[in-house]
Structures are given as structure tokens and as C-alpha cells.
Design a protein around this ligand. Structure first.
Ligand code: NAD
Length: 360
């Protein structure tokens, strides 16, 4: 790997805070086994606030906008909770600047980890292989908000607003993905209560007319939350708004055993953003306890979605499966002896190197 060269695939790496640098180091071990990538590190999140007062300094933003892909670990932590601009604001700013309106979050139960899923064996044995397609740059996280005082008491509000265009583009993305999977979509909303959900449902219905081979179902978000633990095997592609997807994908992650397992890809603009779905886990930061798999699989998604390197992406998944069969970080150890983040990264990278050699 080289730093910022022409004719190379230029990746901006944002290690961020908490466990971010520890898990990012494991992804770098894996990426360094591939030729043609140049890596550029930039400050982002809390560590950027410490240096510049801004979670997303202009230099970082420009580097991200000019990159072929952005690989992000995690940001945030109690140290910056009281800052006027929190690290999470940088995250929303980055997603928005990259026009990354579609967040893909696969949740898969690995055969070797079925035992540690909190669900009963008979439910887990039916399998879990869900792709959450979450709208990422609209809705309540970006809507009008405010605070005030009324009759001597404080109030606050946030607004959920979606345009037809925003719903249509995320719906099309979900239908296109469903075509390559089992051709089933469940669109999640709260159309029995929310006006924005009623528009969501009608636009999704309209888009579905262009995809007659995909079976569309609608489900209220409260029911979807329940069905995810009752029978997750019923779901394939779950299409959601920003907030509903945030919550449901965290729930889906626990079915797989640990939030540390899940990657994500944020797509829509010229540059894709890839990050594990978890946060900076301040409770375990700096203790070599973090699970690097969500981060490494995010790298795998980067290879697939930004560079069409499907083979290498599959081999990363295979390397992870192989690693889990012989070693686990503490969050997925199920009470057995565990290895640290660094050793887990070595095992995955070792597997990947061997698979690259064998699978020519
Ligand atoms: P979190 O995801 O950081 O942690 C939740 C729990 O999961 C913790 O017990 C943690 O130890 C565990 N965990 C998370 N990732 C793990 C991993 N890779 N391996 C093993 N265990 C792991 O969520 P939180 O505690 O709500 O948030 C902590 C900080 O992260 C906050 O400042 C929050 O705002 C921020 N955050 C950032 C992002 C992001 O960068 N995309 C996402 C969510 C939260």
C-alpha cells in the first residue's frame, strides 16, 4: 500500500475515537495484502475536535470528497458529549456531503455463532440473512428541530420530513438489491399514525410497479421490531427510513450474537462510505477487547460496492468465517477462551492471504 498516488485506488481512512484505531488497524492488515490501494489517514470525530475544534475539519471533508472510497471506524465518547459540536454531528455532515443516501446493513448469522445468539435454537436454526436498506440523509435526523419555553415549561421538537424523491431513490435501491437476492422486500413504516409514513408507503407501492418480480410487503415498525425476534427468517430485504433503520438494524445485529460483527456501506454519491454499525465502545477502548469483524467486513463491502472486486470481498467473508471457527473475541466467545482484537486481525489477515494464494 502507498500513500495518495495516481493510478491507485485512493482510500481515506478515518480511525476516529475509542476502539476506532484498534479495529481500523485490523482492516489495514487485510487491505495491505491487496495491490493498488493508497491509504490516506485523516482526523475525524472527537480526535479532530481536540485538534481543530471541529468534528469534520475542512481538510478531512475535502479529502473524503476527493477519495475513491472512505473507510471509517467509529467516533464519539463521553469526553465530547458536552461539546457544542459533537462527533456525531461530523458523522451526519460527512454522510450528507458524500450524498450517501442509502445505508446497506447486512445481518447474517454464522453457522459457528448460532449457539451464542440470544434467540432460541429452533428460531436461529431457520437462519438469518437480512439486508437492511436504510435511508440515510433525510427524515428526523435532518429535519427541523428546536427548543423553547411554553407556559413556563421547556419543550423540544424534531421533525420527520420525507420528499417523494427521497423515498423513490431509496426504494429503487432496495428493489435493485432485492432482484439480486430472494426477490422479497418488507417496507417498514408507521402509516397508521404518521403522514410521512403514508407518503412513504404510497411511493414504495408506485416504485414496486416497475419491479413485478419482487414481492413487496408493508409492515408497521412496532410489528417489525417484534417479528425480528419472533421469526427473523421471514425477512430478506428490509426497507426503512433513517430512524427506523437505525433502531431495527441494531436489533438485527444482536440476533447475530454481537454488534461488533456487522458492517455497512453508505452509497448514493461518487464516493462510498464504509463503516461498522457499532459506535466507539468507550467501555472497552484501549483494552484489545474489540471485535474487528464489523470493520473488516466493511472493507469487504468497499471492495464489492466501490471497486467491483467481488472475488476479494467473498474471500474476506471466507477468511472471517474461518477465523470464527478457531478463535473469538470476548463478545462472541460464549464463555470460551478468547483472543484480543489484534490477534483476531492477524488470524483473519492470515486466512485472507492464504485464500488469495489458493483461489487464483
Ligand atoms: P457502541 O456501539 O459504541 O457500544 C454498545 C455496546 O456494544 C458496548 O457495550 C460496547 O462495548 C459494545 N461494542 C460495540 N462495538 C463493539 C465491538 N466492535 N466489539 C465488541 N463490543 C462492541 O454504542 P454506545 O455505547 O451507545 O455509544 C458509544 C459512543 O459511540 C457514543 O459516543 C455514540 O454517540 C457513538 N456512536 C458512534 C457511531 C459511529 O461512529 N458510527 C455509532 C453509534 C454510536
Amino acid at each position: 500500500m502507498h500513500k495518495g498516488r495516481q493510478n491507485m485506488k485512493n482510500i481515506v481512512l478515518l480511525k476516529g475515537d475509542g476502539i476506532g484505531p484498534e479495529i481500523a488497524a485490523q482492516a489495514v492488515k487485510v487491505l495491505s495484502l491487496l495491490k493498488g490501494f493508497a491509504l490516506q489517514e485523516e482526523d475525524f470525530g472527537g480526535c479532530a475536535i481536540d485538534k481543530t475544534g471541529e468534528p469534520l475539519p475542512n481538510g478531512t471533508l475535502q479529502a473524503a470528497l476527493g477519495a475513491d472510497a472512505v473507510l471509517l471506524a467509529a467516533v464519539g465518547g463521553p469526553k465530547w458529549d458536552a461539546c457544542p459540536k459533537r462527533p456525531e454531528a461530523g458523522l451526519l455532515g460527512l454522510r450528507s456531503a458524500l450524498k450517501a443516501y442509502a445505508n446497506l446493513r447486512p445481518a447474517v448469522i454464522y453457522e459457528d455463532l448460532k449457539r451464542i445468539s440470544p434467540l432460541k435454537d429452533e428460531i436461529v436454526s431457520r437462519g438469518v440473512d437480512i439486508m437492511v436498506v436504510r435511508e440515510l440523509t433525510g427524515g428526523i435526523y435532518f429535519g427541523k428541530r428546536g427548543r423553547g419555553t411554553e407556559d413556563g415549561a421547556e419543550y423540544a421538537y424534531d421533525t420527520e420530513k420525507y420528499s417523494e424523491k427521497e423515498i423513490e431513490r431509496i426504494a429503487r435501491m432496495a428493489f435493485d438489491i432485492a432482484l439480486k437476492r430472494s426477490k422479497r422486500i418488507c417496507s417498514v413504516d408507521k402509516a397508521n399514525v404518521l403522514e410521512s409514513s403514508r407518503l412513504w408507503r404510497s411511493v414504495v407501492n408506485k416504485v414496486s410497479q416497475d419491479y413485478p418480480e419482487v414481492k413487496l410487503e408493508h409492515m408497521y415498525v412496532d410489528n417489525a421490531a417484534m417479528q425480528l425476534v419472533r421469526d427473523p427468517s421471514q425477512f430478506d430485504v428490509l426497507l426503512t427510513s433513517n430512524m427506523f433503520g437505525d433502531i431495527l438494524s441494531d436489533e438485527a445485529s444482536m440476533l447475530t450474537g454481537s454488534i461488533g460483527m456487522l458492517p455497512s456501506a453508505s452509497l448514493g454519491g461518487k464516493t462510498g462510505l464504509y463503516e461498522p454499525i457499532h459506535g466507539s465502545a468507550p467501555d472497552i477502548a484501549g483494552r484489545d477487547m474489540a471485535n474487528p469483524i464489523g470493520m473488516v467486513l466493511s472493507l469487504g463491502m468497499m471492495l464489492k460496492y466501490s471497486f467491483n472486486m467481488d472475488r476479494e470481498s467473498l474471500l474476506i467473508e471466507k477468511a472471517v468465517r474461518g477465523a470464527i471457527a478457531c478463535a473469538r473475541t470476548i463478545d462472541i466467545s460464549g464463555g470460551c477462551k478468547s483472543v484480543g482484537c489484534d490477534e483476531m486481525g492477524d488470524i483473519i489477515a492470515g486466512n485472507f492471504e492464504r485464500l488469495l494464494r489458493e483461489d487464483v
